[in-house]
Write a protein that binds this ligand. Structure first.
Ligand SMILES: [Mg+2]
Length: 290
């Protein structure tokens, strides 16, 4: 047998045997060492807690690779949405947290430690808060009700959540799905604070930061802090499209996977664990029966 067969048309075709035995060729890129996730809409529903399945899968993933989570959200959100749902004593040495797009960086060494925080000056923050109030008022957009505080000072980022930080997700989702209202506010806001960067994020929010602060900035911080290249990272996010707040990660050169919601993220994590795990780390994952 020479590894070929004649088809009816007389073409030469390889046998299944020769195809199966052909070695898989790999490129020279290093294996991924760090999985970077967006938080809202990717690991957890917007401003909500991590579900049981993702918490369990992250627990498993932390046993086989480094994990980073990067979000425009504050440290408090990371504590409430993410850390409160992970088992204490988990492999947190492998977990790195980047609130406010990496203008803050937290790592674990027996307890969670802030490695650095880059904040706006007091003068800048006061100016931003006044500008946000003016832009919201002058835009004339309808605000039916405000749940909790609307403006949150996160030090390195000031966020206007138009319906308030405690607004129910159902209300937030229907308020400005096509960004029309926030675009009106942004048009008034930008000339008031021309030296700062204004971005629409989440479902009802507008974020103000120093210029050049987006998730690509967070990726740059990860390369500096962890000594990894972008090729050694993989990213998953729900806003990996032009204009989406995850898109800068792809532009920064990180292999990026667009997910629709946390349940799709769960399938991605399971795939990674199945490929890289030793068969034991999956034991607490839902559906694992051995
Ligand atoms: Mg997101």
């Amino acid at each position: 047998m020479d590894g070929t067969v004649q088809t009816k048309q007389g073409d030469t075709a390889r046998t299944i045997d020769s195809v199966v035995r052909r070695p898989v060729t790999r490129n020279e890129d290093p294996l991924k060492e760090l999985f970077v996730f967006d938080l809202d809409g990717t690991l957890a529903p917007s401003k909500s807690s991590l579900g049981d399945e993702i918490a369990s899968l992250l627990h498993d993933l932390l046993k086989i690779m480094k994990v980073a989570v990067i979000s425009g959200g504050s440290w408090t959100q990371f504590e409430e949405q993410l850390l409160a749902r992970l088992p204490s004593g988990d492999d947190f040495e492998n977990l790195f947290l980047l609130p406010t797009c990496g203008t803050q960086f937290y790592s674990y060494d027996g307890s969670w430690k802030q490695v650095y925080a880059e904040t706006l000056s007091d003068e800048q923050r006061a100016k931003v808060i006044a500008a946000l109030e003016t832009a919201l008022r002058e835009s004339g957009v309808s605000v039916p009700h405000i749940w909790g505080e609307a403006i949150e000072d996160r030090g390195s980022q000031i966020t206007l959540s138009v319906l308030g930080q405690e607004a129910p997700l159902s209300e937030k989702e229907k308020w400005d799905p096509d960004f029309t209202k926030r675009t009106k506010i942004k048009e008034i806001l930008v000339p008031l604070i021309p030296d700062l960067s204004v971005n629409m994020g989440g479902t009802t929010s507008i974020d103000v930061t120093k210029p050049g602060i987006d998730k690509a900035y967070g990726i740059k911080k990860l390369t500096e802090q962890l000594g990894l290249t972008t090729k050694e990272m993989i990213f998953a996010g729900d806003a990996l499209f032009v204009g989406g707040n995850d898109f800068p990660v792809q532009l920064a050169g990180v292999d990026s996977i667009l997910v629709r919601d946390p349940s799709e993220t769960a399938r991605v994590i399971q795939t990674v664990i199945a490929c890289l795990g030793d068969g034991d780390v999956q034991i607490v994952s839902p559906g694992k029966t051995t």
